[in-house]
Ligand binder design. Structure first.
Ligand SMILES: CC1(C)CN=C(N2CCN(c3ncnc4sc(CCF)cc34)CC2)S1
Length: 550
């Protein structure tokens, strides 16, 4: 008897075996367009299998045997239904085997105990020690199989190669399909569950979906993931670890002072996923990298097509990072007739401004990075200044290292390089001096606003941000702007009552004051009104006579 197909419907089964990018896109389309929820575990296993075959197991398929590893270009592996079903069944029986839902019967919403129990099952089954920030550990495929299988599998390959040589002719070469079905019992035999921190959170949500809890959803910040559940998704729970050397807080709600002011938790503005946004997170997490220098073109194309599918369904509207990922992919390989990278990055910014009160940094660093790579340096400086206008709303904490590194690289690597390039341009092409960044007061104004945001981030923070390592590049950068340019920047000192604009209470309306600068009070929650000396930093190109020393 064939194994009862574990909950796979005919319309899912009919797309197998998956042999091309189109086949995978078709399976996702079926899952996303049907009335019922898309099956997160199924899609994660499929994506993980394809990613593994296209990036890790390159030498496993016969096509690669003859050619050298480097120039091999398998167009696409064959993914059998039996392989996917076997892994799905393994996950389903593990979850259902460990959670006795009868003790949670009655309340249709998940309880904190259930979420914690599900997290414990995933957590306790992970391999003891492994490199947590390795690539390709984000899907259930990685959790249900072992990447060290390849080493176990080498004897299998030697055996086959010997068998093939003995057989002599090609016809005896086992087809991928025959070998595939033959080989997977080895897949099943080897334990070795590995997941990265995002993968654990995703696995918990996929497990809760299998247990029938449609209220358990993924919550995503720019560097962490947790779950929301209960009526209206009001409850939160940590289900995974974050960073290195931090005690995990699994089972605890996301709240309290750390969550309020730290960038890691986005001050109450995380992406709260539904099932479609969870599929978008899974697709965003596809990692095409084969090595530090090579990417799988097929996998990048698959990711791009799946993101456009989700985009067209409206599933990226409240997910700025996914739109940003699509913008990066479009820069590398533009899809005819589709939005340009810059349009996509602006859509990501709009999404962050609309849904998350402009509390996300990455939409601006996606845009800034694009302008930087394309030599549009003034626009890059403006985007980075806008990124700094976001981070000023937060207090820097010890778990915010990722965004600290992001700003460190911009300030101490990208901007100094940018300034070096434009100062060489000014020397090589003096006739173009007028359009040169170093002669444009607005560029200098963007630079000052960038650093002002970092200073405001540091104020009231438990941990300092800037130190001497920042000062040297800053001095070098400022000194490249001629005094004439610097003098054109109007720095108006205006004495005025600052009414306090509280991000939280006023729906975090980002009020601009009369002189157009973000109120740094927003994050200080100053209760009583104070005389605040506000400065205006705005590059005005019109030279006031006295300023020009006339
Ligand atoms: C402008 C950039 C430096 C380029 N890539 C960036 N990212 C790549 C993709 N990233 C992401 N893309 C989609 N969804 C998520 S959820 C998440 C937190 C861990 F769960 C990260 C992340 C993280 C940010 S930011």
């Amino acid at each position: 008897h064939s194994i009862k197909m574990a909950g796979f419907r005919d319309d899912q089964k009919c797309t197998f075996p998956l042999q091309s990018i189109q086949d995978v896109v078709k399976l996702f389309r079926i899952e996303l367009e049907r009335g019922d929820e898309p099956n997160l575990a199924l899609l994660s296993i499929v994506v993980g299998s394809v990613e593994n075959l296209l990036t890790c197991n390159r030498y496993l398929s016969p096509r690669n045997e003859t050619e050298s590893e480097q120039n091999v270009k398998p167009n696409f592996p064959i993914l059998e239904l039996s392989t996917v079903e076997a892994l799905y069944c393994k996950f389903e029986s593990q979850i259902k085997g460990c959670v006795d839902v009868t003790q949670y019967r009655g309340n249709s919403y998940a309880s904190r105990e259930l979420v914690k129990k599900t997290s414990d099952i995933i957590w306790s089954s992970l391999t003891r020690s492994y490199c947590k920030d390795r690539a390709h550990l984000q899907t259930l495929y990685s959790y249900l199989t072992a990447s060290d299988l390849q080493h176990d599998c080498s004897w299998l390959l030697k055996l086959e190669r010997v068998a093939t040589q003995k057989a002599g002719s090609k016809k005896d070469l086992l087809s991928e399909r025959e070998r595939g079905s033959w080989r997977y019992p080895i897949l099943m035999a080897t334990q070795g569950n590995k997941l990265d921190c995002f993968g654990v959170a995703f696995a918990v949500v996929a497990a809760c979906q299998i247990l029938g809890y449609s209220d358990v959803h993924l919550a995503l910040s720019e560097d962490h993931a947790w779950v929301i559940f209960g009526k209206d998704g009001e409850e939160t729970a940590e289900v995974t670890w974050h960073g290195k050397g931090n005690e995990d807080k699994r089972g605890q709600p996301v709240c309290g002072p750390t969550a309020q002011k730290s960038w890691l938790y986005l001050n109450g503005h995380p992406v709260k996923c539904n099932r479609h946004t969870e599929v978008a997170a899974l697709v965003s997490g596809i990692n095409p990298s084969i090595s530090a220098t090579a990417d799988s073109k097929e996998l990048a194309t698959l990711q791009q097509k799946l993101l456009w599918l989700l985009y067209d369904q409206g599933d990226l509207k409240n997910y700025p990072m996914a739109i940003g990922n699509l913008g990066d992919l479009e820069e590398i390989n533009p899809t005819p007739g589709r939005s340009s990278p810059i349009d996509l990055f602006h859509q990501a910014i709009f999404a962050a401004q609309t849904h998350y009160a402009n509390h996300h940094v990455y939409p601006y660093t996606y845009l800034g990075g694009f302008f930087y790579r394309n030599g549009q340096y003034k626009d890059a400086l403006e985007a980075w200044a806008n990124a700094a206008d976001v981070i000023r709303k937060y207090n820097y904490g010890r778990e915010d290292e990722e965004i600290y590194k992001e700003f460190l690289e911009i300030a101490n690597d990208l901007i100094p390089h940018l300034v070096k390039v434009v100062s060489n341009q000014a020397i090589e092409a003096p006739e173009k001096a007028e359009s040169n960044c170093l002669h444009d007061p607005q560029c200098f104004a963007h630079l000052l606003r960038f650093y002002d945001g970092l200073c405001a981030w540091e104020e009231e923070s438990s941990t300092p941000v800037l130190h001497i390592g920042w000062a040297r590049p800053l001095v070098a950068t400022i000194s490249k702007f001629p005094a004439k340019t610097r003098s054109h920047v109007d720095i108006k000192i205006s004495e005025e009552k600052e009414e306090k604009v509280d991000d939280e209470k006023n729906g975090s309306v980002n009020r601009r004051h009369s002189h157009g600068r973000r109120d740094s009070l927003q994050k200080n929650d100053v209760k009583n009104e104070e005389d605040i000396v506000k400065t205006k930093v705005n590059g005005s190109t019109n030279v006031s006579d006295k300023k020009a020393g006339k």
